[in-house]
Design a binder for this molecule. Structure first.
Ligand SMILES: Nc1ncnc2c1ncn2[C@@H]1O[C@H](COP(=O)(O)OP(=O)(O)O)[C@@H](O)[C@H]1O
Ligand SMILES: [Mg+2]
Length: 154
């Protein structure tokens, strides 16, 4: 079978949900394995005041740590929910959830290579909203930099 192991990138957006529907259906039909990857973006602290947040006293760094925790909890919750949906809709499908922190596009490419997946499925847009591009920056970067086949759901 062509697509034995399918990685779907999930950021909790409606479009990523649609990507999940396609990926789960394909993996299920192929008797394959589904990897659901969610990447928690890193909260960054600019070091130089002219770049923005760096103007805040360094003691506020603690707030960024808290914010990172909250981000992680939100992404984690959304992933857990979607894993439940998958298990309900495709009870026989073998699926694994991976939650990592980092830069979404780079992490998706890295994990696809590392896990030896045969196909990456993602949405054309995510939670970043409409910026005038047909593809969001994550999907564009993955398509441009990954050697694996990529299916972008519109
Ligand atoms: N943090 C993330 N973790 C996992 N997948 C992601 C993440 N961000 C984006 N994706 C994947 O990339 C697709 C396109 O999102 P993106 O390119 O970020 O668009 P936007 O600029 O609208 O946010 C999403 O539908 C999802 O499949
Ligand atoms: Mg995005």
């Amino acid at each position: 079978m062509l697509f034995k192991k399918i990685l779907v990138a999930y950021d909790g957006s409606e479009q990523a949900k649609r990507a999940i529907d396609y990926a789960a259906d394909m993996a299920n039909t192929c008797g394959g394995f589904l990897v659901v990857l969610t990447v928690v973006p890193r909260v960054t602290i600019p070091v130089f005041p002219e770049e923005g947040y760096g103007a805040a006293p360094l003691t506020n760094a603690q707030d960024f740590g808290d914010y990172q925790e909250k981000m992680r909890a939100m992404y984690q919750m959304s992933q857990t929910e979607v894993m439940k949906d998958i298990a309900e809709n495709f009870p026989k499908l073998k699926a694994e959830a991976i939650l990592l922190e980092g830069r979404p596009s780079a992490t998706i490419v890295e994990q696809a290579e590392k896990n030896g997946v045969d196909l990456i499925v993602m949405g054309s847009r995510g939670i970043g909203g409409i910026t005038g591009w047909i593809l969001g920056s994550t999907s564009r970067r993955v398509v441009e930099s990954c050697t694996k086949p990529v299916l972008v759901i519109k």
